[in-house]
Design a protein. Structure first.
Length: 161
């Protein structure tokens, strides 16, 4: 049986806004990046609970943001046991400066420090432990789940296939 946490409309709206912000986008940038498919006023209305979001629109918006629907709606919680023992951080993805994602520099610095301590000069990927999510969370002002969600939403993780 799937255990989905009960969410209020306000929590779902906050999650939709958090995904947009994690992508480093303003409302106007969403409109521009989507070539007008998603209007800034409409996305803002969803984020303020002023407008109902249909399932069809939610799926489409999740696809636009390139996140799972569960993440967009804030119903996916990361359990440390579900992550396995290690997580692979894509260091290359942190190398491009992004003024909308200042957290990237903190994550890059963290990865550089770990690589130096391990004397691992690969510089492309880094295996980290679940417990490292707490440290990353402190660096980017999130809890462990929030840190993992941020890394996943910004394609900083390599996913095993």
């Amino acid at each position: 049986m799937l255990n989905i946490p009960e969410r209020s409309i306000e929590e779902i709206a906050a999650s939709i806004k958090a995904v947009r912000k994690a992508k480093g986008l303003t409302l106007m940038e969403v409109e521009i990046k989507s070539n007008g498919i998603w209007k800034a006023v409409v996305i803002g209305s969803y984020e303020r609970c002023d407008r109902a979001l249909s399932v069809k629109k939610a799926v489409s918006l999740a696809n636009f943001y390139q996140v799972p629907l569960e993440q967009l709606l804030g119903i996916a919680k990361v359990e440390s046991s579900s992550l396995g023992g290690k997580i692979t951080l894509d260091i290359r993805a942190t190398s491009n400066p992004n003024p909308y994602l200042p957290e990237l520099e903190a994550i890059r610095n963290f990865a550089t420090l770990i690589c130096a301590r391990r004397r691992d000069w690969n510089g492309e990927v880094l295996s980290i432990r679940n417990s490292d999510l707490g440290t990353i969370g402190l660096l980017i002002n999130k809890d462990e789940n929030g840190a993992y969600e941020f890394l996943a939403a910004n394609r900083l993780l390599l996913v095993k296939r």
